[in-house]
Unconditional design. Structure first.
Lengths: 710, 234
């Protein structure tokens, strides 16, 4: 087998696809570039944070007045408010509180006590927000229309105004969701007004929990007096008759909340003012006192993100899919949950309390990282006053990176798609052109190997390399066609060119004889004439073979009994000889087989096959002529024992001027006999094949002819 | 008076040989080497027979063109094509143009002289016969052979377009009806030095075709495959 057949073959389109895959490296390289840029930018951001922290520390150095501004009273519990970030909603959910959950204050018997509660306070936009998580094994809701307000679970809020008068508010739930807020009289059970307070001013929402319920509320800043005092108590009513089981206040044992107001520690105004000049949209600066209570803060860690809009158009959908893929590609695999993040922050602050300048970094979400720097603030004696914490989200950088990646992804995707389409289109077109050219090249030669035309028609006018190839090939075809035409006309030309001098020579010899020849010269004249006749015979044979195809068109097919024809033919091949030895043996069933044919052409075919068999048979052996019918065909076989035909010659044996004989072997042979056999077989709608026989060694020629169906 | 034969042949050797051979046999021979000079010469005086080559110099149809021109002037002029163009198409074309016979080269001068004599005699006989309608007729079944005018009739109708070679073949076949005539025997009727079996078969096919124009059921010529042909009475 040819070694080239084993070679891997890639079609044109496959090559283009492989090439297109290489294009994928472009977005990958871009991603690497963007990732490196991100690292560089985050490093820069950290350094900027550190510089800022040092600056703030310098600003607050020795300013114990700022951090110790709030008078602390031993008798009053201080609850610190935290700056809420993002959209603060009174909805019963804790999204806005996630960062401060570790700062929740627990009241009651203990953190795990069944009747305790926790409180978180926050501030945003001149409003005070509260989140109260109450542990209660049985939540009793207020029945609407009931006049008493203290027969169900409720929250009591006391707010002394600037004139020393006390405002008493009861927040009570009738169902999960918005709560009623009532101004009540001194007895906490009778409403002061007919209707509850407007929810536009004071909002409160209750949401049941597995182990109790949660209340989130908000009220304006101006409800507080200068000392920012307030009192909060949770009334737990479990009994069926509505008697209060327990009243939990901020100061655990005292149930008279009027005498023990709590203080709401707001941020220090001066410190806030100083910090506000450092306000940045993408970072949060928080000043803690040495009790790690927030005294001032500006900015927010994460920029407000707009809600995702559902993609509408196809392009937007493609972009959305790409983004999802991108999220998967650039997502930080492991990130901390909010509790863990808060623990990290707490840890950082604790280390800063040890007067260490520390920085940290933690993941907040799949696409966000928090960079934090904590620096201690000390007075002139070196005593710790507080801690400054600067938190900054990498969301902006990551956002930039993401946008860059999105752009790269979209650009790369569309570019690759375009290039791929163009390449596929290009390769498809080129492949089509080459295939068309190949197809034409295949059809340019008939089954007998002869050219049907003298030129190519496809791609001849193309200006590229395929056009060059087509033109070159067309040129070769033209040359071959000329050669073929020459070969076709050669026997006729030869006959014309030979016959004239041959005729001149022969007629000259005759005239010479007419003049009279000297005795003894006649035999030379005879010898010359014999030679000339032989030349004439050769030329005739060549011309006959060359003209055969043309001559066959003149013949008319008629029904022939092939059995009779062959039987007669073989009979005449075996004239009664003295030795009575058969030359040709005929094997056939005694049955007429009709074919549409020309009898003398079949006779001519038999002449050629028998001449051939006689030339090659083992001396004295009999030639077998066989006829049989199979389905709609009949087969005529001529078999002789003798040398076999070399395998290499079998395929082209029936072409013109192909001979298996050695040069100079006896009579003149031009390899036309089997060519004539093929032409006649094909003219009769049949075919011819040659087969080597092994036992005994010999050759068999088989002619297939379609039988005439009557 | 010697019969006047015109030979038109561009090859001088052949031309001289034909001329010599025919003159030796008592003919008056005028030889031309080209079409134009021959046409001018023949216009002056009508010959008894014209022998034409077909390919002359660079003109491959010179003989045909000359034949057409001569027959226009002398429609009854016997024309014999003596040529190396022996394709079936050429043969048919030549005979359809009105030539009396078509002889392929190489030719035996004896055969040529005999053919010339026959054609001249035929020309004379046809003129006379047309006037007297008196010649020897050989009957073989439905076939009639008018030996002097070299004409044949089947069922009383003249077999049209029969060449001298074909007439001679029919004559040979009917000499002993029922007997097989081998290819070699039939080859002698062609007046050629070398004749293949296929050439004989082609002549026989043409004879059958011409008779079948009169009688579609004609099958008196039987093939003896591998040997020759036989005339068989119905």
């Amino acid at each position: 087998m040819n070694s080239s057949n084993k070679r891997l073959r890639f079609r044109f389109n496959t090559q283009v696809l492989v090439f297109a895959l290489v294009l994928i490296s472009i977005p990958w390289l871009s991603y690497r570039f963007v990732a490196e840029t991100r690292v560089f930018m985050i490093e820069g951001q950290t350094q900027a944070q550190e510089q800022l922290a040092r600056g703030i520390v310098t600003l607050f150095q020795g300013r114990d007045d700022l951090l110790a501004e709030l008078p602390y009273l031993d008798s009053q519990q201080v609850v610190f408010s935290h700056p809420l970030i993002g959209t603060a909603k009174v909805d019963g959910y804790t999204n806005e509180w996630l960062d401060y959950q570790l700062f929740a204050k627990y009241f009651g018997a203990g953190e795990d006590s069944e009747d305790g509660y926790s409180l978180l306070l926050g501030e945003k936009d001149d409003r005070i927000y509260g989140l109260v998580r109450i542990q209660d094994d049985k939540t009793v809701l207020r029945v609407k229309g009931t006049s008493r307000l203290d027969v169900s679970d409720h929250l009591r809020l006391t707010l002394p105004d600037r004139n020393g008068n006390k405002r008493r508010l009861v927040m009570v739930a009738t169902a999960s969701g918005a709560m009623e807020v009532w101004y009540v009289k001194d007895d906490w059970s009778t409403a002061q007004y007919v209707r509850p307070s407007s929810s536009f001013i004071i909002q409160a929402v209750m949401r049941p929990l597995v182990d109790g319920y949660l209340v989130e509320f908000a009220l304006p800043n101006y409800f507080l007096n200068q000392r920012q005092e307030f009192g909060l108590a949770v009334a737990d009513v479990d009994s069926e008759d509505g008697t209060m089981r327990h009243l939990k206040t901020l100061v655990g044992a005292d149930t008279t909340i009027e005498s023990h107001f709590n203080l709401l520690a707001m941020r220090a105004p001066e410190a806030n003012r100083i910090l506000s000049s450092l306000s940045r949209s993408d970072s949060q600066v928080v000043i803690y006192d040495n009790h790690l209570q927030v005294r001032a803060s500006v900015g927010q860690v994460s920029p407000v993100t707009s809600e995702k809009i559902k993609p509408q158009g196809i392009l937007e959908r493609i972009q959305s899919w790409l983004n999802k893929g991108l999220d998967w590609f650039i997502a930080i695999p492991a990130y901390l949950n909010p509790v863990q993040a808060a623990s990290q922050e707490r840890d950082l602050l604790n280390r800063a309390l040890d007067k260490k300048f520390v920085s940290g970094r933690w993941h907040k979400g799949p696409t966000e990282q928090i960079l934090a720097v904590a620096a201690p603030i000390v007075d002139q004696e070196g005593e710790l006053l507080g801690v400054v914490l600067i938190k900054q989200s990498t969301a902006q950088i990551l956002g930039l990176q993401r946008r860059a990646m999105e752009n790269i992804a979209l650009l790369s995707f569309s570019t690759m798609l375009t290039i791929l389409l163009v390449l596929l289109l290009f390769s498809w077109r080129q492949a089509m052109r080459i295939r068309r050219l190949g197809k034409e090249a295949q059809h340019i030669v008939d089954p007998d190997g002869r050219l049907r035309t003298n030129r190519l028609y496809n791609e001849i006018r193309a200006g590229d390399e395929i056009g060059d190839l087509a033109r070159s090939f067309s040129g070769v075809v033209a040359r071959l066609h000329e050669h073929q035409a020459f070969m076709n006309t050669m026997p006729r030309t030869l006959r014309h060119e030979v016959n004239n001098p041959l005729n001149a020579a022969m007629t000259s010899l005759e005239n010479l004889q007419m003049h009279g020849v000297i005795e003894g010269q006649q035999r030379y004249i005879d010898s010359t004439q014999r030679g000339l006749v032989k030349i004439s015979g050769i030329v005739e044979k060549l011309a006959d073979a060359a003209n055969l195809e043309e001559a066959l068109h003149e013949d008319e097919l008629e029904p022939i009994n092939l059995y009779h024809l062959l039987k007669t033919y073989v009979h005449h091949q075996n004239p009664g000889t003295v030795e009575d030895v058969e030359d040709v043996m005929f094997e056939a069933e005694n049955q007429a087989i009709y074919v549409a044919g020309v009898d003398y052409r079949i006779e001519q075919l038999l002449d050629k096959l028998l001449d051939n068999a006689r030339d090659f048979r083992t001396s004295g052996s009999i030639i077998t002529l066989r006829l049989y019918q199979q389905d709609y065909d009949c087969y005529l076989e001529v078999e002789n024992s003798g040398p076999t035909i070399p395998e290499g010659l079998l395929a082209g044996l029936f072409n013109s001027m192909v001979s298996a004989r050695a040069a100079g072997a006896g009579h003149a042979h031009f390899g036309l006999g089997l060519y004539v056999v093929r032409l006649i077989s094909q003219f009769h709608g049949g075919s011819v094949s040659a087969h080597n026989l092994t036992r005994p060694e010999g050759v068999m020629f088989r002619i297939r002819l379609p039988i005439l169906l009557v | 008076m010697a019969k006047h034969i015109i030979i038109v042949e561009d090859d001088q050797d052949q031309r001289d040989n034909y001329q010599f051979a025919l003159e030796q046999r008592g003919y008056q021979v005028t030889a031309y080497a080209g079409k134009d000079e021959a046409e001018s010469g023949i216009k002056l005086q009508r010959p008894d027979l014209v022998i034409l080559d077909i390919i002359m110099h660079d003109n491959i149809d010179a003989g045909f063109q000359l034949c057409a021109a001569l027959l226009k002037i002398h429609p009854e002029l016997p024309v014999l094509f003596l040529t190396e163009r022996i394709g079936e198409i050429d043969r048919i074309l030549g005979l359809r143009m009105g030539a009396w016979d078509y002889q392929p080269k190489p030719v035996s001068l004896d055969f040529l002289a005999e053919k010339v004599a026959t054609l001249v005699r035929l020309s004379d006989i046809r003129v006379v016969s047309a006037e007297t309608n008196d010649q020897k007729v050989k009957d073989i079944g439905h076939l009639q052979l008018l030996e002097e005018s070299r004409q044949a009739k089947w069922q009383g109708q003249e077999i049209l377009g029969l060449t001298l070679t074909e007439f001679r073949m029919i004559e040979a076949l009917t000499r002993r009806p029922g007997n097989i005539l081998t290819y070699d025997t039939l080859a002698q009727a062609t007046h050629q030095h070398y004749v293949s079996n296929n050439t004989i078969s082609t002549h026989i096919r043409n004879i059958k075709r011409k008779i079948k124009l009169i009688d579609a059921g004609f099958d008196s010529i039987k093939s003896e495959y591998g040997m020759g042909y036989r005339w068989s009475e119905r």
